[in-house]
Design a protein around this ligand. Structure first.
Ligand code: 26Q
Length: 751
């Protein structure tokens, strides 16, 4: 079928087609086929509203989900074409910053796979997250134009009127198909304005932030460092929620709703606070339909649910009333009325929507006016209930629940690690693809040397593939026989890439004095820093500079190599994760809500080195302490230390000579040779003077635990591989299919 169709669409011999032509033709085939799986909705339908959907490349994934991958690969091969090169022809839609956006994409895959009716609602950014370049060991940013002539998104011809700052705009609805693995096809709905103008972009990623008509959907927001940017985020958010709310009401009306019964037709999941204005907007629209305020507020509460993804206070959205008055004056009377209503329920000021300083707390509105608030890992939810949102928990204990995150195994195993997926199928049959718990059957082989040897071989092949990719992409040669330790995630101080950096400096000194590691190590980082996040950029600079210092030192480079992947994104993750030996999940306990990279590495047979934070806790529970390397302070200890306000990083610096030596190295002569004194000095000052995320108290434990892992890896490969197998076998719980089933059972009740 594929061969015939391709030939037909391309109008010539497949072997004579460019990869671009093949990509365009295959996209058409996929679209046709996925349309066959669109099914009518009975009962309640989910709308997952999110400012981010980090979907990644779609072709291979869709081919797998539709059962067309093998046939396509075979057909291309027969004409001398490779799937790998075909994948290169597809631009990655990076419509998200990191975990939250990728989670939304995994959820859409699971919804469709489970045959549940659930669509996404978001924004059609013209440029996704910036492209990261390294020059002179510094990060610089470039716009990421991902939209090309051949696109997955299609104009539906539908528009909705949205009023922004008193002026009407037309939000155009674009859709792309979300295919399920042997499931149904759902939709991702993305809104855009026709007037957006890419020529507005000036140097790098700077642009005129005032010209709303031309810039509204131009960029995905990587930060909110200045007021013009913050205002623009409100514009973006309201465009999405107003058009989205109108679309939801229209669909429900068509399916028979009289709006009083909206909650029987729709479940709306609010992905963090970015879409929170959907609450007052829906109330406003229902009131336009003649429903009274109190009833409208109740309908919306019954329909909506809220997910919290962070406990970092600075990431919780709070908007000055003046901003909202300017952009969405039509919502302010409703927000005020909701605030009044909330104040009638409690005397507690700390739960106010509108505080005495004229600040609107979006999360507070979500908790008061949705029926469910969930955290994204067991520990995270406990911290919300017991400290961060304690007052809310006391007010509404029944609203709080946990939904530990998950990942889609279709992308993060079947598609990114064919060799491992095929081998697992050989061992336990294909059932695990739709029923992830079946991975536990792998435990039958935990003492089987033949199996362990084959797993080692597969990892080795993936390391070679990653090495080839790195050479091709970045001109860097790595040794596939070394131990790969990978930390891949956004750059943030709480994630503590700087702790990893200090370890590497320590190892540098160790090699210098003749204490070489048990095996050569390759430390790999993948991380983008928000463009205005100075210290995060300094950390990248220090890593790149250290990488060069070591590369130029023939004595040390035999043992240690430091690599920073340029422009880390979903596509890079798909190459790196299958090749990893040691997964670095070293956030300060209590700060990482869940993490999902930790699950991806585990599923691909990496062993975790981590703190008892986020979902690491649940990983440790499942694999047992012999199969994970845990270190560092507990979340309780950390929370207590913050409470006492007595942490003094300088004391640690002055008393631990190893630590001091590593920190001093940042501005030593070796680093100065390739680095920039201002950046490195600033980082050093920050660590000695503040170290807000407590890297120093965990430094020694990290060092000891990590070196234990290196030794174990080098000295007993079979025992190490057994750990890898246990990790794979216990990963089933972290399938987003399980997460979605829980959301459906406890919150949505779809279909
Ligand atoms: C807010 C205001 C202005 C501009 C940007 C933002 C903004 C943008 C993105 C705030 C937060 C985000 C993203 C947060 C995020 O990715 N959180 C992660 O969510 C994952 C999925 O639940 C968790 O696994 C991670 O632990 C959590 O950090």
């Amino acid at each position: 079928m594929i061969e015939q169709k391709l030939q037909e669409l391309c109008g010539k011999d497949i072997g004579a087609c460019s990869y671009g032509e093949l990509y365009a033709a295959l996209m058409k085939i996929v679209k046709e086929k996925s349309r066959e799986e669109v099914r009518p909705v009975k009962g309640r339908k989910l709308y997952y509203i999110s400012a981010e959907f980090l979907i990644g490349k779609l072709l291979s994934n869709n081919l797998i989900n539709l059962g067309l991958y093998d046939e396509t690969e075979k057909c291309l091969k027969a004409y001398g074409k490779s799937m790998a090169e075909l994948e290169e022809a597809e631009p990655e839609p990076s419509l998200g910053n990191g975990g939250l956006g990728r989670l939304a994409a995994c959820f859409l895959d699971s919804l469709a796979t489970l045959g549940l009716p659930g669509d996404g609602i978001g924004i059609r950014y013209h440029c996704g997250l910036f492209r990261q370049n390294f020059r002179k060991n510094l990060q610089s940013e470039e716009p990421d134009f991902w939209m090309e002539a051949d696109q997955w998104t299609e104009d539906t011809g539908k528009t909705y009127t949205v009023s922004l700052a008193g002026k009407d705009y037309k939000a155009r609805l674009y859709q792309l198909d979300v295919t399920g693995y042997e499931g149904r096809t759902n939709k991702l709905n993305l809104f855009d304005l026709d007037t957006v103008d890419e020529s507005l972009i000036q140097e790098g990623i700077t642009f005129d932030k005032k010209d709303i008509e031309k810039n509204l959907t131009l960029f995905l927001y990587p930060d909110d460092s200045d007021d013009a940017g913050r205002l623009l985020r409100i514009y973006q958010q309201y465009l999405m929620v107003s058009a989205g709310a109108q679309m939801i009401l229209e669909e429900c009306r068509e399916r028979g709703s009289n709006y009083h019964d909206l909650a029987e037709y729709a479940a709306i999941q609010i992905n963090d606070t970015h879409p929170s204005m959907v609450i007052p907007e829906l109330i406003r629209l229902l009131m336009e339909e003649g429903i009274k305020f109190e009833e409208a507020a109740q309908i919306v509460t019954d329909t909506c649910a809220y997910t919290n993804h962070t406990i970092l206070a600075e990431a919780l959205e709070k908007w000055p009333v003046s901003f909202l008055e300017q952009v969405v004056p039509q919502l302010m009377p409703i927000i005020r009325a909701l605030d009044e209503m909330a104040k009638e329920r409690t005397q507690d000021d700390s739960t106010a929507i509108l505080d005495e300083n004229g600040i609107v707390h979006m999360a507070h509105m979500d908790i008061h006016f949705t029926h469910s608030t969930n955290g994204v890992a067991a520990l995270h939810t406990e911290i919300l209930k017991n400290s961060e949102l304690k007052n809310f928990y006391e007010l509404y204990p029944q609203k709080f629940n946990n939904k530990t995150n998950g990942i889609t195994f279709r992308r993060w195993l079947l598609s990114c690690n064919h060799e491992l997926a095929d081998y697992i199928e050989e061992l336990i049959g294909p059932g695990f693809k739709k029923d992830a718990d079946q991975l536990e059957k792998l435990m039958d082989f935990s003492e089987d040397e033949k199996v362990l040897r084959r797993l080692i071989e597969i990892k080795q092949n993936n390391k070679k593939k990653m090495a080839d990719w790195l050479l091709e992409k970045q001109g860097i040669t790595v040794n596939p026989d070394s131990m790969f330790m990978i930390q891949a995630k956004r750059l943030h101080e709480y994630k503590r890439q700087q702790l990893n950096l200090l370890y590497l400096i320590h190892q540098y000194y160790e090699v210098k004095r003749g204490h070489v590691p048990a095996t050569p190590i390759t430390a790999v980082f993948g991380a983008k820093a928000a463009p205005a996040y100075t210290i995060a950029k300094d950390i990248i600079h220090a890593i790149l500079t250290l990488s060069q210092v070591i590369a130029e030192d023939s004595e040390v480079s035999k043992w240690i190599q430091v690599v920073m992947i340029e422009n880390y994104n979903v596509t890079a993750a798909e190459k790196m994760i299958p090749a990893c030996d040691l997964s670095e999940q070293i956030s300060l306990a209590s700060k990482e809500a869940s993490g999902t990279g930790n699950m991806k590495f585990m599923l691909n047979g990496a062993v975790t080195l981590g703190t008892m934070d986020g979902a690491n806790v649940e990983i440790a529970q499942r694999v047992g302490e012999e199969n994970i390397y845990i270190f560092g302070q507990s979340s309780d200890q950390v929370i207590r230390r913050y409470g006492h306000k007595d942490y003094c990083s300088r004391e640690w610096y002055e008393t631990d000579p190893n630590l001091r030596r590593a920190v001093d190295f940042l501005t030593g002569k070796e680093m100065m040779k390739y680095g920039c004194a201002e950046n490195l000095q600033r980082l050093k000052n920050e660590l000695i003077g503040k170290d807000w995320f407590q890297t120093f108290p965990d430094f020694n434990a990290y060092l000891v635990r990590k070196n234990q892992a290196v030794e174990d890896y080098a000295i007993n490969p079979m025992k190490w591989e057994r750990r890898c197998l246990v990790n794979i076998s216990q990963a089933g719980f972290f399938s987003s299919d399980r997460t979605i089933e829980e959301y459906n059972q406890d919150i949505w009740h779809l279909g």
